[in-house]
Design a protein around this ligand. Structure first.
Ligand code: APR
Length: 309
């Protein structure tokens, strides 16, 4: 009996639930939120799509953590978006409070769960969830790298005018300014990215990828991206639930890889039933390694902010 919980029935959470249910890889997906009726209504609606699409996974909508008991994997999307007038530290304080409360309640009912954190600011929230849960660091991870890599792949496919499925793109590091694109691992139809696009174009695409979330927020006016983010989170859950060992870019606890330790950072890792089975250290150029180390320093500094709230 496999069970996944998604905390937060907003755009990101509910779309993740939908993707997981339609993938038909869990017996039950629980969706919980503080808003009464919201997860229940969405769950009812999703369950009624089962005969049309032909899948069995049952979605349970609830406001009660006892319904989440015995979850194998939990995705944490609960949080508030930054509102006008709110400083970065204000947002950090609010979402840190939410994530602390959510993790404490989850652990009461699912002490063995693997946690996938998506609430922003991602690096701090993943670190906080690991600390509050007391779980081994290998069982707590964040989603960011797969989304950034997917955005990069999309931009490459457009610029090079190639089939999206022919593009392999990898970004490591952190979400945002210290994202580390790894052109040496990017391929287009089996060719190196640098053989297909010129350096100036690659730089433009990297910059657009770094600002990928903001571009969508600017267009939507309210709310942020959730289709590609939920696709990435659901893929991570699938790898854990099916013990696949698939390698993907995730925010994982480093223990000496690339000369970096003691910080959650975007790296390639194999995901399996134990969570992060193993961080896969790939050959990077000197400048890519330096950028990754810089990203680690930046994340460590940001994590220090947690002590001030
Ligand atoms: N417990 C459960 N749910 C909560 C809690 C809580 N303590 N606090 C807030 N929520 C719920 C809200 O009620 C809302 O339904 O979290 C949901 C957030 O949904 P949206 O505002 O639609 O935000 P969403 O786009 O889903 O993004 C969620 O992911 O990408 C990040 O920056 C984004 O941190 C944000 C998170």
């Amino acid at each position: 009996m496999s069970k996944v919980t998604v905390v937060g029935a907003g755009k990101y959470g509910s779309t993740t639930v939908q993707r997981l249910a339609e993938a038909d890889i869990a017996d039950e997906v629980v969706m919980t939120d503080i808003v009464e009726g919201l997860p229940q209504g969405l769950a009812l609606d999703m369950n009624q799509s089962r005969p049309v699409l032909g899948y069995r996974t049952l979605v349970t909508g609830t406001n009660d953590y006892s319904d989440t008991a015995g979850s194998d994997v939990v995705v944490i999307t609960a949080g508030l978006p930054r509102k006008p007038g709110m400083s970065r530290m204000d947002l950090l304080g609010v979402n840190a409070g939410i994530v602390t409360d959510v993790v404490n309640q989850l652990m009461e009912h699912s002490p063995q769960a693997t946690l996938v954190v998506v609430t922003n600011p991602l690096d701090q929230m993943t670190t906080l969830a690991a600390e509050v849960s007391g779980l081994p660091r290998s069982k707590v991870m964040g989603q960011a790298g797969m989304l950034d890599s997917a955005r990069f792949a999309h931009f490459i496919s457009e610029a090079a005018d190639v089939d999206i499925l022919e593009v392999e793109a990898v970004t490591l590091g952190s979400h945002g300014d210290t994202m580390v694109p790894v052109p040496s691992l990017c391929k287009v139809g089996g060719k190196l990215l640098s053989d297909v696009l010129d350096a100036a174009t690659i730089d433009e695409l990297v910059d657009r990828t770094r600002k990928g979330g903001a571009e969508i927020v600017g267009l939507l006016k309210t709310g942020s991206a959730y289709y590609a983010p939920s696709a990435a989170a659901a893929k991570m859950v699938e790898a854990i639930l099916t013990d696949s060992g698939a390698t993907m870019p995730v925010c994982a606890w480093t223990e000496g890889q690339y000369g970096i330790e003691g910080v959650y950072l975007g790296v390639l890792a194999k995901l399996n039933a134990s969570g992060i089975g193993e961080i896969v250290e790939v050959d990077l150029t000197d400048s890519e390694t330096a950028a990754l180390r810089e990203a680690a320093v930046a994340v460590k500094e940001k994590v220090e902010d947690l002590k001030q709230i």
